[in-house]
Ligand binder design. Structure first.
Ligand SMILES: Cc1cc2nc3c(=O)[nH]c(=O)nc-3n(C[C@H](O)[C@H](O)[C@H](O)COP(=O)(O)OP(=O)(O)OC[C@H]3O[C@@H](n4cnc5c(N)ncnc54)[C@H](O)[C@@H]3O)c2cc1C
Length: 408
């Protein structure tokens, strides 16, 4: 045992949205938790990822009482624009389903959650190395690691939450004969840029043309986030600033289409994407949450939102499980503690995960061009697009899925 050794109810691997939100909500219920994170606070804070938060995700941030600035610094979007061959159709979320989404970058969500966890005295170890989780199939699971100064550390817990992202080490603790990995890949990727320019439009524009997909999004009043479809092997350095903006403008359509606001590009990345689900999301005294258990292509803006919906389902079941542990430890002859609440969590979470997988897959295929497709495929897609935008029921399907369905 080292000076970093201690005992908590729940040990959490990963300080992304899933890990930190779990830690905070457990604390609200009197359940102690400790978090280990491989990266530094600064590194996570400067990583650009999600931007669109569903209504239930915003509600969770507000209800968690973490002084989140989502309602003051975030931007409510009451609709979005779908553009096909330069013709724009607005999907009015409020009118169709009575909900909005919020543009609030993931690094701000991280900042709000991490600040609250630290302010409330939550235990967190940043920049750790050699993290290992032991004994998830015993009643004494634990996490071992080396801290930022190279000293060994250990967290003994009743339960481990694996919130360690899409390359999850925790996921591999579920034996292969127990776990089913569902997977599909896509023959394209996203070329993402950040550029210093004011917003091109007040709402997001999802566009398709015969050369593929583009998304016009914002970060703040002076920085825009844009993406376009590319080959997964693309080298970002092969694209000049002029070529990038000309290509995105081409996807947006001809002279009548919205004109891109251009400015210096400050970041260029290529993001390959895939769909993945791990079933079950629990094993013994391990529960997975967020990208550790599932990833979706970013088109439907579902990843961070799914991480939060996992947490919403997980926290009450963890409380049930921990209460069971406490009751059993108070008895004269301890009985094995049932992990059934955790299995229930997995079933509840997976129902929503598959709904989100379906929407993400569908909207990805609606808006992207397959590498080998011909005229028939593009015209068929145009028919599908018209069926959505030309019908209030089609628009409502899009609006309901994009804004996060009902949580009841
Ligand atoms: C370009 C892009 C755009 C996106 N846009 C959206 C969007 O608009 N809306 C949306 O909802 N989602 C979006 N997403 C997805 C979203 O970013 C993720 O789904 C979200 O980050 C998942 O949160 P998480 O906590 O599960 O995982 P992560 O945020 O990946 O956090 C996992 C953490 O675990 C840490 N970790 C990993 N391994 C270990 C280890 N062995 N020990 C300790 N720590 C470890 C990692 O360093 C990381 O900090 C987007 C993603 C990308 C890439």
């Amino acid at each position: 045992m080292s000076e970093n050794s201690n005992r908590v109810d729940v040990g959490i691997v990963g300080a992304g949205p899933a890990g930190l939100m779990t830690a905070l909500l457990l604390k609200r219920r009197g359940i102690s938790a400790a978090v280990v994170e491989r990266r530094s606070h600064a590194e996570i804070h400067r990583t650009q990822r999600a931007g669109i938060l569903e209504a239930p995700t915003v509600d969770m941030l507000v209800d968690a009482d973490v002084d989140s600035r989502v309602l003051t610094a975030g931007h409510e979007h009451e609709g979005t624009v779908l553009s096909f061959d330069g013709v724009q159709h607005r999907i009015d979320f409020q009118k169709l389903v009575g909900r909005s989404v919020w543009l609030y970058p993931q690094n701000e969500v991280f900042h709000d959650l991490a600040t609250a966890w630290i302010r409330e005295g939550g235990q967190i170890h940043w920049s750790v190395t050699d993290v290992e989780v032991h004994g998830v199939d015993s009643h004494e699971p634990r996490i071992t690691f080396f801290d930022a100064d190279g000293k060994p550390g250990q967290i003994d817990a009743e339960l481990i939450v694996g919130a360690d992202g899409s390359r999850s080490m925790c996921r591999r603790l579920i034996p292969e004969d127990v776990r089913t990995d569902y997977f599909t890949s896509y023959p394209f990727a996203w070329f993402g840029i950040l550029c210093e320019a004011p917003p091109t439009a007040p709402e997001l524009i999802y566009a398709n043309s015969e050369v593929g997909f583009a998304l016009i999004s914002q970060r703040n009043a002076s920085v825009q986030r844009m993406y376009f479809q590319c080959d997964p092997d693309t080298d970002p350095e092969d694209w000049s600033e002029q070529a990038i903006f000309d290509h995105i403008q081409h996807v947006l359509g001809g002279p009548e289409a919205v004109a891109l606001k251009r400015g210096p590009i400050i970041e260029k990345t290529v993001l390959p994407f895939r769909s993945y689900v791990c079933d079950p999301m629990t094993y013994g005294r391990l529960a997975l949450a967020g990208d550790a258990a599932h990833t979706v292509p970013p088109t439907g803006a579902k990843g961070l939102n799914l991480a939060f919906s996992d947490v919403r389902a997980l926290v009450p079941r963890v409380e049930e499980f921990i209460n069971g542990v406490k009751e059993a430890s108070g008895t004269m002859s301890p009985v094995p503690v049932s992990t059934e609440p955790l299995q229930r969590y997995s079933r509840t979470a997976l129902d929503r995960v598959w709904k989100a997988q379906n929407f993400s897959y569908w909207v990805t295929n609606l808006l992207h061009r397959q590498p080998d497709e011909g005229e028939f495929a593009q015209r068929r897609r145009r028919g599908e697009f018209d069926a959505i935008t030309g019908s209030v029921h089609g628009q409502a399907y899009f609006a309901d899925s994009y804004t996060g369905w009902s949580t009841s």
